[in-house]
Design a protein around this ligand. Structure first.
Ligand code: COA
Length: 317
């Protein structure tokens, strides 16, 4: 038995925040942001939007693309660190919005590795015979987690959601998955839950950018090699790298490691910034809907985030 992607979807809020907008918010410049990160603009959710409302739209689009009925979905996983409530979870809220009932649903917190973790878990649930069609959703509102006065973080992040239906298949789709974490680096990238009844400046996202950058490059280089080895695929057999969208220099370093031309890398970072959990799913959906990724192509999805966590999926689409 195998698993394969039946359909993907995504959602981006309407409001665009450009580098010029950020120049008016904090002491920064378009040149600095472009040169250090590769980001030109990012999307910002409207006040009434939530991880669940954005995730539900992305999920609907994936369900349509997969041409499945909601009654066929037998597991909902939502990768997010932006849930409105501890419970009901965002996954439960999304199930309600889509009319999915009597079906397990839960959230998964793996920061920017959320989509890869959810994909690996969905794959395992299908292989174990527990599920047949899994709705994977990833949604985050990182713009609300960043101190609007902190130029070191506010320029990096944006909001969005992505989704994917992973189904049982007779032919190979998913070739290999990998997940890992190392808690000793946790303090370099953190987002505390606000304490009940008080708001302090320590509630914002904290990142020691430079250190995170160095670890991300090293961990991702080893992650992509390990995943290819596990799947018995050579770098030259890859059609596309679908990376987590945190920094153009990190993406380029991973592409160089794999000896891939940048035309074989799906980049959404310039227009979306780092959306955290949904980032890999947003890039995957963009690659598929733009027609660049075609059925039969071999894709390597990879991500790295707070925890530290990291994860990957090697897929024949
Ligand atoms: N505009 C202008 N200057 C800025 C700035 C901004 N938005 N943000 C920081 N700076 C300044 C710093 O204050 C520092 O000034 P100093 O030298 O006078 O102290 C200088 O720019 C360099 O800062 P540094 O943090 O060393 O820059 P960098 O080249 O490491 O780039 C990041 C910063 C955040 C873009 C980069 O470290 C990064 O992408 N990190 C990883 C993010 C990531 O991968 N996250 C993954 C998990 S989500």
């Amino acid at each position: 038995m195998f698993t394969r992607i039946l359909g993907t979807g995504s959602y981006l809020p309407e409001q665009v925040r450009t580098n010029a907008d950020l120049e008016r918010m904090v002491e920064t410049s378009n040149e600095w942001i472009l040169e250090r990160t590769g980001i030109s603009e990012r999307r910002i959710a409207a006040p009434d939007e939530t991880a669940a409302s954005m995730g539900a739209i992305a999920a609907k689009r994936a369900i349509e693309a997969a041409n499945v009925d909601v009654s066929e979905i037998d597991l909902v996983i939502c990768a997010t660190t932006s849930s409105q409530n501890a419970f009901p979870s965002t996954a439960c809220e999304i199930s309600g919005m889509l009319g999915i009932s009597d079906c397990p649903a839960f959230d998964l917190a793996a920061a920017c590795s959320g989509f890869s973790y959810a994909y690996a878990l969905a794959h395992s649930m299908i292989l174990s015979g527990q599920s047949k069609k899994v709705l994977i959703v990833a949604a985050d509102l990182m713009s609300r987690a960043c101190d609007p006065n902190d130029r070191t973080t506010i320029v990096l992040f944006g909001d969005g959601a992505s989704a994917c239906i992973l189904g049982q298949s007779d032919t190979e789709g998913t070739i290999a998955v990998h997940m890992s974490a190392d808690a000793k680096y946790g303090p370099l990238l953190s987002l505390p839950y606000p304490k009940r009844g008080e708001k302090s400046e320590n509630d914002w996202l904290y990142m020691k950018g430079n250190d995170v950058f160095k670890h991300a490059v090293t961990v991702l280089a080893s992650l992509v090699s390990k995943t290819l080895e596990k799947g018995n695929i050579k770098p030259e057999q890859l059609d596309f790298l679908v990376p987590h969208q945190a920094n153009m220099r990190i993406i380029a370093a991973t592409a160089r490691k794999l000896k891939l031309d940048m035309s074989q890398v799906i980049v959404t970072l310039d227009k979306q910034g780092n959306t955290s959990a949904p980032s890999v799913g947003l890039a995957l959906d963009e690659g598929i809907r733009s027609g660049r990724i075609k059925r039969g192509d071999i894709l390597l999805l990879e991500s790295f985030g707070g925890g530290f966590t990291w994860g990957s999926a090697l897929i024949r689409y």
